[in-house]
Design a protein around this ligand. Structure first.
Ligand code: FEO
Length: 632
């Protein structure tokens, strides 16, 4: 009997669940099962997205027959050739001999490898589209998320991303189909993390490349090949992917993994955990001989600090710990602080060997101190454990500690603080600089004024900028991922702000009025006059904050241009920006302007005529809100 689920009016889930599978890919236990998703689009043409594993082949065929309801299958889009999605392919061809295969060139090669078939497929590449009637499908290559042939498909009609292995989850669906049908964070997030970290954790760079492409699309639904369909809170799950793919921890705390034959190494690990807990640090412990490595790898991606404690075995690292550490290195774990405990009754070697392996990872800070046990922990070694507990705790913020003081907690004692007020003027007291942000898209140069460029790390040398989505430069950076920041100095004239801040690059060439054409090695222009420095950067991540996008970028070039001090927001207000009356008068080259009733923008001098300024008014020139206007 078929079991299908409607995703939209014309999109049907025709996949199936497997709760008998012991080991996914022969290595990952799946105690809650796994789903193999396949989707059937019932447009003027019928389109199937991928097939399923051989274990659920019969239910899948029943589902397709039911959902097609007598119609022929016109297209099969193969996004991923791993057999958990392609095993039913050959039998599908027997039942639907006229189906047109849609795939990329790498997939065609793999079809030959797996099935020894030379098919007359419709070969697609990045950016190609397929019209199926009402729907328009766009093909986006996603190599190494998780195999080299992987591609994803974007339905621009209904704004659905068919994401292949991306955004998948271990666990059978149990009758639900949407992530918002279940308590995902409570019941499935651990399995989503375990799926991601073990299946594609190694390929963070490639996942980031896909996230970057996805960020340029308007996505309302994600349909992965495993786990739930996402139609709500997409940004929360995408944010998890950003953490995982950049190897940034999700939580501050310490994961302790230990390998102990007779309990003595475990004892030291437990005492360390107790000392950390005494300091309010969250800990999670794993016996690596008991817990599957896939769970510990997922936890290592979650926590900020890691401890590995292992007895010495056959003059090396204990077997299960050695396998775990090899696995972690293979999965590219990065950006963690690590402490090591070793044990050895006559020749302890495991500590040095673990250190050597972990040193292969990027940005891993391994504490110099290794606690070395001889058979078991001695009382005189407690200070050594205290030393590493203190070192680990020292860079975990107080706010991340258990029972940390919380502004919302109710206690007897001092009276409650006064109610919060927000005075927009306070924002001007922040010591912002002012910058011309420039970008290039094809033959088009553009730039705009921003005040939010901040260095965030020195290793790697990385900065962040926040850019209004209304700016054309924003769209260029979304597309190209590259930009320059010219740091304005105190010699900058007001006309630079007019040139770059008060008009749109969509309908103006902002550089038409200048005689210079200075460019950095990325071929993007910068402002040689009135700037004391130019910094070039390449985007590594983006965060959507409604009106603005926060770009995180690696610095690729920086040139000091002068010794003039940088202009600050305060300096701009005090010395560069014309005073409101002045601005209004400058703007008004006819006397009638003086009789206007209205409001003037304190930032750029734009005049709004009328008795009342709408609360949601945005300055058309400098994009500042109504709170930055004052009556004429
Ligand atoms: Fe679910 Fe990479 O296959």
């Amino acid at each position: 009997m078929h079991f299908t689920k409607n995703i939209t009016d014309d999109l049907i889930w025709v996949g199936a669940n497997d709760r008998r599978l012991a080991m996914f890919e022969g290595v990952y236990s799946v105690p809650t099962g796994v789903s193999y998703n396949s989707y059937l689009l019932m447009d003027e043409k019928t389109v199937l997205f991928d097939t399923v594993d051989k274990a659920v082949y019969h239910r899948f065929m029943e589902n397709i027959a039911y959902a097609l309801d007598g119609r022929a299958l016109d297209y099969l889009i193969i996004q991923h050739m791993e057999p958990d999605h392609s095993a039913a392919f050959e039998d599908l061809l027997v039942r639907h001999p006229n189906v047109k295969i849609v795939c990329n060139a790498k997939t065609q090669t793999m079809i030959k490898q797996f099935f020894n078939l030379d098919l007359d497929a419709l070969i697609v590449k990045e950016g190609d589209t397929l019209n199926t009637g009402r729907h328009k499908l766009h093909f986006v290559m996603a190599p190494m998320v998780h195999w080299p042939e992987v591609m994803v498909t974007y339905d621009s009609t209904d704004k659905i991303l068919f994401s292949a292995d991306g955004f998948g989850t271990f666990g059978a669906l149990n009758g639900a189909i949407f992530a918002d049908d279940v308590d995902f964070n409570k019941d499935y997030m651990n399995e989503a993390r375990r799926y991601y970290t073990n299946i594609v954790g190694k390929y963070g760079t490639q996942v980031q490349a896909l996230l970057k492409k996805a960020s340029a699309l308007e996505i309302e639904m994600i349909c992965p090949l495993h786990g739930f369909v996402w139609r709500k809170n997409l940004s929360d799950f995408i944010d998890k992917y950003k953490h995982w793919s950049t190897y940034q921890p999700e939580e501050s705390g310490v994961m302790i993994a230990y390998a102990s034959v007779y309990g003595n190494t475990e004892n030291a690990a437990e005492i360390l955990s107790g000392k950390l807990r005494d300091k309010g640090i969250k800990t999670e412990m794993f016996d690596v001989s008991v817990t599957p490595a896939s769970e510990i790898i997922a936890a290592a991606f979650k926590w900020s600090h890691l401890v590995f404690a292992s007895t010495t075995y056959n003059a090396g690292i204990f077997i299960t710990m050695e396998a775990l550490i090899n696995d972690l290195v293979a999965h590219n774990i990065q950006n963690r602080t690590v402490a090591i405990i070793e044990n050895g009754s006559w020749a302890a070697t495991s500590g040095g060997l673990m250190r050597k392996e972990l040193e292969k990872c990027k940005n891993i800070n391994i504490l110099e101190k290794t606690v070395s046990l001889k058979s078991g922990l001695k009382p005189e070694q407690l200070p050594e454990l205290e030393e590493i507990a203190t070192a680990l705790a020292s860079d975990i913020p107080d706010t991340a500690r258990v029972n940390a003081p919380d502004a919302t907690s109710t206690t007897t004692g001092p009276p409650p603080p006064p109610a919060a007020v927000i005075d927009p003027a306070a924002m001007f007291k922040l010591s912002y600089g002012l910058f011309v942000l420039t970008a290039k898209d094809g033959g088009k140069d553009n730039g705009c004024i921003i005040n939010t460029a901040i260095q965030i790390t020195s290793t790697p040398l990385r900065l962040s900028i926040a850019v209004s989505k209304a700016n054309y430069t924003h769209d260029m950076i979304i597309k190209t991922g590259e930009f320059n920041i010219s740091i304005l100095d105190t010699s900058v004239p007001f006309k630079t702000f007019q040139q770059f801040g008060f008009q749109s690059g969509r309908d103006t060439d902002k550089f038409a009025v200048v005689s210079y054409n200075n460019r950095t090695s990325n071929n993007i222009r910068y402002i040689p006059n009135s700037s004391n420095c130019v910094i070039s950067a390449k985007t590594v991540d983006t965060y959507d904050y409604g009106t603005h996008t926060l770009f995180i970028a690696d610095i690729t070039e920086s040139i000091v241009l002068s010794k003039e001090p940088s202009v600050t927001y305060q300096y701009y207000f005090d010395n560069i920006k014309p005073k409101p009356q002045q601005a209004a008068q400058t703007d008004a080259d006819n006397e009638a302007n003086e009789k206007k009733k209205g409001f003037v923008c304190k930032i750029c001098g734009y005049v709004y005529e009328g008795d009342t300024l709408p609360a949601d008014f945005i300055c058309p020139l400098c994009k500042h809100p109504a709170s930055d206007f004052e009556p004429l």
